[in-house]
Design a protein around this ligand. Structure first.
Ligand code: FAD
Length: 370
């Protein structure tokens, strides 16, 4: 019996949707998303920044896919009419000749990422309210309407023949001859379908999905949930550019930065808080205001802390624990003998949004050889 689909993608966040679009022209594709809306988990709980690709370990997937993904994403935004803006970004240092700023500049030059070093006077000309002795200006950094981006990916995938199902939860998968038999939970109850290959793009739930496919836990890296909170700033936007402090140690986060949305409103965040659970809890405690105010005042001394309001939180699916060196995106093929192809995408934290088109292309290349 032929399988119902060539490829089934579990998860309709930005990564699953980008994979569906990349694969649908060559294969019959099914995507299943448990919620009523695509992208309602991590893909709509982030900073919506198109990163230049400066921060990531040399030679890592994060670095390569971010740079290629950024270029592809700007091209796609132009052709698919997705609201976005190359705002540019300042990475600010509290004193001159900061070694980390110098390191980032050298790295940027090696990677071909345009950067400009600014002194205190030039910083003040660009952003009069920012207090810093030195900065790097990254003109390639920008912002995107991530919701419209995901809508366009879904429309493209469907136009190419992909079947995208919402409110359809993946329950389990078992190998059966040369394909997988998947059990899915729909509004009408449980149903079964068959698929030659599976891509697990379930974000925070990817480990659970992997186990429900029978992948032994020993093949999976450990998973940590690391929450990032955001506070909106109710006052008139004090900046025209994105303002980032220097990144945190081990790249746990990029530091509490200021981003703009496309309406020009400023929000601050995210911080980093490792959770003791792998259950998603998106609460933002108002008690964090003081911590935010003190971090932000290091580069924006005129902050009016009364105008900081708890906004939302997102959770990073991290493969590195507190204090450990930052882990790369993990694309893991289940290596059990004789089973049909099964690819797990794990630890797709930042810069996953920027990297999404390049990551989908990487997945397509890897599936060809599986
Ligand atoms: C605080 C924060 C800030 C960030 N900022 C940026 C940024 O500025 N720029 C950037 O490039 N990246 C950023 N990122 C990273 C980016 O948001 C993620 O890499 C990206 O959204 C991951 O997408 P995803 O599709 O893998 O995961 P998700 O969006 O979580 O999608 C996974 C989907 O799988 C579905 N699913 C799970 N289990 C099942 C199941 N059993 N059955 C069916 N469906 C299932 C879920 O419902 C979900 O919709 C940030 C991340 C965080 C947390």
């Amino acid at each position: 019996m032929p399988a119902d689909f060539d490829i089934t993608i579990i998860g309709g966040g930005v990564i699953g949707l980008a994979c569906a679009r990349a694969l649908a022209s060559d294969a019959s594709v099914l995507l299943v998303e448990q919620h009523a809306l695509f992208g309602s988990e991590t893909s709509s709980r982030n900073s919506e920044v198109i990163h230049a690709g400066l921060y990531y370990p040399s030679g890592s997937l994060k670095e390569r896919l971010c740079i290629h993904g950024r270029e592809a994403l700007y091209r796609y935004c132009d052709t698919a009419d997705i609201p976005h803006r190359k705002t540019g970004k300042l990475i600010v240092a509290p004193y001159r000749h900061h070694p980390e700023l110098a390191r980032l500049q050298t790295k940027g030059a090696a990677l071909g990422i345009p950067l400009q070093r600014l002194d205190a006077t030039s910083i003040r000309e660009l952003e009069p309210l920012v207090e810093a002795q030195e900065a790097l200006y990254s003109p390639e950094t920008g912002i995107i309407d991530s919701h419209l981006y995901m809508q366009r990916l879904a429309q493209d995938a469907e136009r190419l023949g992909g079947v995208l199902m919402k409110q359809t939860g993946f329950v389990s998968a078992h190998p059966e001859e040369s394909h997988w038999r998947l059990s899915l939970n729909t509004d009408d109850g449980l149903c079964n379908i068959t698929s030659k290959k599976i891509i697990n793009a379930a974000g925070l739930h990817s480990h659970r999905v992997a186990l429900a496919c029978g992948t032994p836990s020993g093949q999976l890296p450990p998973l940590y949930f690391c929450r990032g909170h955001y506070f909106s700033y109710q006052a008139k936007a004090p900046f025209q550019h994105l303002i980032y402090p220097l990144p945190e140690k081990n790249l746990a986060g990029l530091g509490i930065h200021a981003t703009l949305d496309l309406g020009g409103q400023v929000r601050f965040g995210p911080d980093t808080e490792y959770l003791n659970t792998t259950e998603a809890d998106y609460s933002v405690s108002p008690a964090l205001r003081d911590q935010f105010a003190s971090a932000v005042r290091s580069y924006f001394p005129a902050l009016d802390a009364e105008q900081l309001q708890p906004a939302y939180a997102g959770i990073r699916p991290k493969l590195s624990g507190p204090g450990e060196a930052s882990a790369d995106f993990a694309l893991i093929v289940d290596e059990r003998d004789g089973i049909p192809p099964l690819l797990h995408l794990l630890g797709i934290e930042s810069p996953g949004l920027t990297s999404s088109l390049a990551l989908a292309d990487e997945v397509r290349q890897r599936l060809i050889t599986m």
